[in-house]
Ligand binder design. Structure first.
Ligand code: ZN
Length: 132
């Protein structure tokens, strides 16, 4: 009971709404009741849930994460993308959403986002359904 979503991000930092893709994955899993676990198996991307109505919320999140963790600083990691690693850890690599009668029990204004911090890249997101 595992599905994979493949997405291409378009910028170094981006919040990409993957709610529709997660819903489609859930349909393929034949969802009933349980928990939907959405996990990103990458070290410079995260998963988060936030507002899907006003796009300026996504912009503000990215801008303030940048202020908190600037791209250039006295990082030791030789790959040069420490900021992306740190932001990925701040947001975390997964979210879990209750599933009721086959549907994600998200709030009205909630969307599930892949948070890209070292793009553009191809990213994989794993969706696992844990049934009751
Ligand atoms: Zn790195």
């Amino acid at each position: 009971m595992l599905e994979t979503i493949n997405v291409a991000t378009a910028a170094r930092a981006q919040l990409l709404d993957i709610t529709r893709e997660v819903r489609e994955a859930l349909l393929r899993l034949g969802a009933g009741e349980g928990l939907c676990h959405v996990f990103v198996p990458h070290t410079t991307a995260g998963i988060t849930i936030n507002e899907n109505a006003d796009p300026s919320v996504q912009r503000d999140i990215l801008v303030y994460l940048d202020r908190l963790v600037p791209w250039q600083s006295d990082y030791a990691h030789s790959e040069g993308n420490s900021a992306a690693h740190i932001k990925a850890s701040l947001l975390g690599s997964s979210v879990t959403v209750p599933v009721e009668r086959g549907r994600l029990a998200l709030g009205t204004w909630q969307g599930i986002y892949l948070a890209e911090f070292d793009g553009p890249r191809h990213r994989r997101v794993v969706v696992k359904l844990v049934t009751e």
